[in-house]
Design a protein around this ligand. Sequence first.
Ligand SMILES: Nc1nc2c(ncn2[C@@H]2O[C@H](COP(=O)(O)OP(=O)(O)OP(=O)(O)O)[C@@H](O)[C@H]2O)c(=O)[nH]1
Ligand SMILES: [Zn+2]
Length: 345
Amino acid sequence: MSHVLSQLGWDEFLASAYRPFDRSDATAGRVLRADRGVCTVLDESGVTRASLGGNVLLKAAKDPALLPCAGDWVVLRHWPDRRTTAEAVLPRRTCLIRRTSDKDSTGQVLAANMDTVAVVEPIHPEPDDARIERLLALAWESGARPLLVLTKADTTADPEAITRQVAEIAPGVPVVAVSARLALGVEQIRSYAGEGHTLALLGRSGAGKSTLVNALAGTAVMPVQQIRDVDGKGRHTTAYRNLVLLAGGGAVLDTPGIRGVGLLDTAEGLSRAFADLTGLAQDCRFDDCRHESEPGCAVTAAVADGTLAARRLASWRKLRHEIEVESARQSARLAGAAGHRRRRS
Ligand SMILES: Nc1nc2c(ncn2[C@@H]2O[C@H](COP(=O)(O)OP(=O)(O)OP(=O)(O)O)[C@@H](O)[C@H]2O)c(=O)[nH]1
Ligand SMILES: [Zn+2]
C-alpha cells in the first residue's frame, strides 16, 4: 500500500477488511470530502471523484449513517469507461454522529475514523460551558479521544486562567489554548495529528476551525470567513467536510460549523463527559438514582457541600433529558415502522 495511505492511517485492520474486495480494478482510498452522491477520494494514484455504487446506495437507503463521509475508507472500482465508483465503506473504528434536524431522528455522520476529536471553542467573547459539555459528550461517544481547544487566545489578557477554569468542566480531557494569529499552541495541536493519526475539529460556526486547519497545514486550504467581531457570531460558511493531509503525515478533519447539535443515544458519552458526577453517583444509595430528591444521593449532597457545581448537575440533567426524549422518539419510530409492516402483510 502506498506511503500516502499509511500516513493517513492505513494499517493491518483495514488491509484485512479490504481483502475480500481486492481485485485488479479496485483500490482502497480515504474520503476527503463527501457531497450528495459523489465523494472525493485519495487513493494510491491521487485524488479521484467517485459516484456511489449500487451496494452503498442500497445500504444507505436503509440507514443514512452508512453513506460515506469524510474520513471513511472506501473501496473504489475503476471502470473501463473511466468512471469510478465507491463500492463499499470499510468498517469505521470511530465516528462522530449528530441527530439531523428532520423529524425522524436519524443520525448524520459528520466524520469517521479519527483518533482524536477536538472540541473547538473560542476563548472570546467567553467559552460557552453548556456547549462545551454537549460537544464533549458527542466527542466521547465517537470512540475517539477528546481534546478541548480554546481558540483566539490572543484576544484575552489571561488565557491560562480561562483554560484552568474550563478544565473543570472537562474531566479527563486535555485543554489547550491556541492562537492561530500568534502561532501559539499550534504545535501542541499538531502532535495530535502525527503520522497515521487523524484529528477532527468540532465546534460552532466561527469558532476558528478553518483558521486552525490553515495554521496546521501551513497554507490556506480552507476558506476563512470574515465575521463580525462585535458579537463573535459566525455565519455558516463551511458547507462541506474536509480531510486535509498534513505535510509531516497525519490529517485534520474539519466538520461544518454546527448550530444546534442534537445528541443521539449518548448515554455513554454523557457519563464520560460528566465523569466527576458519574464518580460521585457510585455512592448514591440507589443504583438508578436520578439525583433529584432521592434519599442518600451522593450527587445532591456534593452540590449542597459545594464539591460539585449546581450548574454542572443542571447541565447533566438537561442533556440526560434530551437523550431520554430522543430514545423515546426512536422507539416510537421503530414501533411505527413495525406496525406499518404488519398492516401491509
Ligand atoms: N484574533 C483571532 N481571531 C481568529 C483566530 N482564529 C480565527 N480567528 C477569526 O475568527 C473568525 C472565524 O474563523 P473561521 O476559522 O472561519 O471559523 P470556523 O470555525 O472555520 O467557521 P465555519 O467555517 O463557519 O465553520 C475569522 O474572522 C478568523 O479570522 C485567532 O487565533 N485569533
Ligand atoms: Zn444520586
